[in-house]
Design a protein around this ligand. Structure first.
Ligand code: LAC
Length: 313
């Protein structure tokens, strides 16, 4: 039995990357390697976080480095590097600039952590996850992205405020692009099993759906970046992998026939464990839901077809 602690590397230790590291360290999920190109930043974050854990009794090793070679031995690599949105930008606006960065990072992961799983965060995350899968040559189950974990968190938050109930009593589902065409699914989002469509008016549901789509841009316009919500979603996905919890959650995974869709990475419900994506869960969508999902898939496929370094089918 392997008693050694698992190793998670985080590439990109700015505000979001360090917030993820804080959650992973505080919850003693795994040892951490913090990798960034900015001299001193990951080393400072590692020291600061390590000293915090001393009081918490969380016994994890945290090392900061500017060298990709320190990815070596990673069980899971979380990719947050690259450019983030500025107010008024869409996630797809980042594609050209982030393609070269992510391609380079993927090549380093193959070189130094060839047995790892890869959790992509950098936007546009569906396309960047597809790019990383193609460049790495890893099995599709080992390359996945954070998208719906975050979108469902937001959907859940707005549902709870509309119903005046605890978020712990709510299940929420969002599929499709992690972007403006995302498809929150009210019919599959429930309060203790009761669909919210039985509890809220169509107008209330429409308002929550639209707010869920736009709230990341809203936060960016107000404070410059989204930090705590994505950090929590990423930490929950890391936990599901490292502890093999096999959580069923919405995430960017490769479709190869599921939902009648092939060769695309997009947000769907899936089971996430120690070997990555165990399986995609197919919801029985009605005609309206399916049309919205396929439209969103087309947005992602069109964006992927514009990648310069790989030829998307
Ligand atoms: C967001 C970024 C992570 O939705 O895409 O906050």
């Amino acid at each position: 039995m392997d008693l050694s602690r698992k190793l998670v590397s985080i590439i990109g230790t700015g505000k979001l990357g360090s917030a993820v590291a804080l959650q992973v360290a505080s919850r003693e999920i795994a040892d951490l390697r913090l990798i960034d190109i900015i001299k001193g930043l990951p080393q400072g974050e590692a020291l600061d976080l390590g000293q915090m854990t001393a009081e918490q009794g969380a016994d994890v090793d945290i090392i900061g480095s500017n060298e990709y070679k320190d990815l070596s031995g990673s069980d899971l690599v979380v990719v947050i590097g690259g450019l983030g949105r500025k107010p008024g930008m869409t996630r797809l606006d980042l594609q050209d600039k982030n393609e070269e960065i992510i391609r380079g990072i993927a090549e380093k992961i193959v070189e130094y952590a060839p047995k790892s799983l890869i959790l992509m965060v950098t936007n546009p995350v569906d396309v960047m996850t597809y790019l990383t899968w193609r460049v790495s040559g890893f099995d599709a189950s080992r390359v996945f992205g954070q998208s719906g974990m975050l979108d469902t968190m937001r959907f859940k938050y707005f549902i709870s405020r509309a119903l005046g109930v605890s978020t712990s009593s709510i299940q929420a589902v969002v599929i499709g692009e992690h972007g403006d065409s995302m498809v929150p699914l009210p019919r599959f989002s429930t309060l203790n099993g009761v669909p919210i469509t039985d509890l809220l008016s169509p107008g209330q549901v429409a308002e929550i759906v639209e707010r869920t789509r736009k709230t990341a841009a809203e936060v960016i316009a107000l404070k410059g970046a989204t930090i705590y919500a994505p950090a929590h979603g990423i930490a929950r996905m890391i936990e599901s992998v490292i502890k093999d919890k096999r959580m069923a959650l919405c995430m960017t995974a490769r479709l190869n026939g599921e939902y009648g869709v092939h060769d695309v990475y997009v947000d769907v419900p899936a089971v996430l464990g120690a070997r990555g994506v165990d399986r995609v869960i197919e919801l029985k969508l009605n005609d309206e839901e399916r049309a919205a999902f396929l439209k969103s898939v087309d947005v992602v496929k069109t964006a992927a077809s514009q990648l310069k370094s790989v030829k998307a089918s």
